[in-house]
Design a protein around this ligand. Structure first.
Ligand SMILES: NC(=O)c1ccc[n+]([C@@H]2O[C@H](COP(=O)([O-])OP(=O)(O)OC[C@H]3O[C@@H](n4cnc5c(N)ncnc54)[C@H](OP(=O)(O)O)[C@@H]3O)[C@@H](O)[C@H]2O)c1
Length: 242
């Protein structure tokens, strides 16, 4: 689809991967709407962008999701791309029962899965009114495999992967709506600092790969090290009747 002249809403667009995507798409001549919880971070991020505005809100809270969707409808009716990027992850050890793994899992599932289903459903009709539209979900290499450091985060990204497949299947006959899934490997952001994120790729690499994928209608977007596992797993799972 076109990579310029879009109006793009990016959840979690004030830092990390979301901000890198915002910068890439802003430089390419798109209008950008960034979202995040902290107003100061949003205002600082806006200074790095052209033709951009911010909508503050916590997407893990249902009322905020409704308010943000209403804001988009009223003030930015031309929005044609939403990037569901904001995420939550908790380091945890399953061998310590005082860590409240269930509460951490609940928050991860709420932010990384339920909130995206709800928010997307709130803006879907607006997207379908556009000539060309996209839902872009940022999942993770963790969608393919869990680990002991983030023991419940992977399931939330696997759930997001599953939802993204279903959304893509639902609109397979609709030529206006494209559904993308981006699978970053370890990326050097604040989010990943405590799991060695400094060894990860720069967020700009994720933005560059997504930009190239949008341009060529490549809806599956494995980035960096995710490419190998994606090329092994996806051809197999695609054989499941769907
Ligand atoms: N970094 C990695 O290694 C890595 C790898 C694979 C996938 N990912 C995924 O990539 C996405 C972005 O991660 P990142 O590394 O760029 O994180 P980051 O640097 O910590 O940035 C997160 C952004 O999301 C916002 N945010 C967080 N929770 C939010 C909420 N509930 N509602 C609205 N905004 C929220 C933050 O702003 P506020 O704090 O002000 O709200 C910030 O703008 C996540 O979905 C993550 O799972 C990351």
């Amino acid at each position: 689809m076109k990579t310029t002249g879009n109006t793009v809403f990016i959840s979690g667009g004030s830092a990390g991967i979301g901000l890198a995507i915002a910068q890439k798409l802003s430089a390419a001549g798109n209008k950008i709407i960034i979202n995040g919880r902290d107003e100061t971070r949003l205002q600082n991020a806006l200074k790095k962008l052209d033709n951009a505005v911010a909508i503050q809100g916590d997407l893990s809270i249902p009322a905020d999701r409704v308010r943000i969707a209403e804001d988009l409808k009223a003030n930015h009716p031309e929005v044609n791309i939403i990037i569901n990027n904001a995420g939550a992850a908790f380091m945890n050890s399953l061998d310590d029962p005082t860590n409240d793994a269930a509460e951490k899992a609940y928050q991860e599932i709420n932010t990384n899965y339920i909130s995206i289903i709800h928010f997307t459903s709130l803006v879907l009709q607006q997207l379908l009114q556009q000539e060309e539209a996209a839902v872009i979900n940022v999942s993770s290499i963790a969608a393919f495999r869990s680990n002991k450091f983030l023991p419940t985060y992977s399931a939330s990204k696997a759930a997001l992967h599953s939802y993204t497949q279903a959304l893509r299947d639902t609109f397979a006959e609709n030529e206006k709506l494209n559904v993308y899934e981006v699978y970053p490997p370890l990326v050097n952001t604040e989010f990943s600092a405590e799991i060695g994120g400094a060894n990860g790729i720069p967020p700009s690499e994720v933005a560059d790969e997504l930009y190239a994928a949008i341009e060529k209608n490549q809806f599956e977007v494995p980035v960096g090290d995710t490419k190998k596992i994606h090329s092994l797993v996806n051809p197999i799972t695609d054989q499941v009747p769907h």
